[in-house]
Ligand binder design. Sequence first.
Ligand code: NVA
Length: 324
Amino acid sequence: MQAFKNPVGLVNMAEKRDLVSIADLTAAENRLIIQRAREMKSDSSPRPLAGKSVALLFEKPSLRTRVSFDVAIHELGGHPIYLGPEEVGLGTRETAYDVAKVLSGYVDCIIARVYSHDQLQELAAYASVPVINALSDREHPCQIMADMVTIQEHKGGLEGLKLSFIGDGNNVARSLCLGLPALGASFTIATPRKYERYDLDEESLNLSRQRVKQEEFDSVDVVAVEDPVEAVHQADVVYTDTWISMGEESEAETRRRHFLGYTVNPALMAKANPGALFMHDMPVHYGEEVEEGMLDHPQSVAYDQAHNRLHAQKAILEFLLAGN
Ligand code: NVA
């Protein structure tokens, strides 16, 4: 198979590419996908998925990811096939190895939302078609691509900004940490550090710092703190996610107790830079990680984030599939 030049101007090798982690993309690729997402937002004519089918393999519930991918695939000329939690039984009814091998013979791409990131890595390792992470316990790269588009639209760029994440050092926080600093934005996370389990792991913090170094940014920091007020000092973006992720429902009471004091509200926003954006990947647990009404706060861009999922994912699909 010949190398091809895809519409975002990068030469993809014949080897298939996956998007399992946001760090699977170089900073240059990441920038070009953001640019392409913005172009595709105003030009709905490209149909690089014409004649292609895409499996949407979901182990967990979904509103934004499922609908935006379904619409994106349809608008790009492709055929989406949704496989819900009852249908496949990834790792129980069928091994990830077999699912990867079988689906590769039917579809051109596998989009998977899984409980365990290991299952996703296994799918990617054995599928001969691109695998896209639609949320795992470790990462949420498609969300972060949409977030980058949203920040770019509202702030004109990412370089030189500071994003502060308040809450659980989970999948969303990890993808933000791995993605944004490589594009020139500082990242601070505030977690209740006495309970170490909510910390973002050192490995991710260090990988992010390594990517900053590679991109030769001198003044980009990647920092973990305890105090939300300290975290939002000089922040241009304040971001939060649920304290109780899908699959952690049995820990709800404990988590609510441990995260007391980490609610994002107008008072905390007032401690960030004037005009700082408020962001949330949704779904929202009002009265927990945010106060009621926070998504309609004048500085909130949470609904724009949700809408940009469509455009960011179109650009991701085009990048991974066009020419294949
Ligand atoms: N951290 C959340 C993200 C939901 C999109 C979860 O894993 O449930």
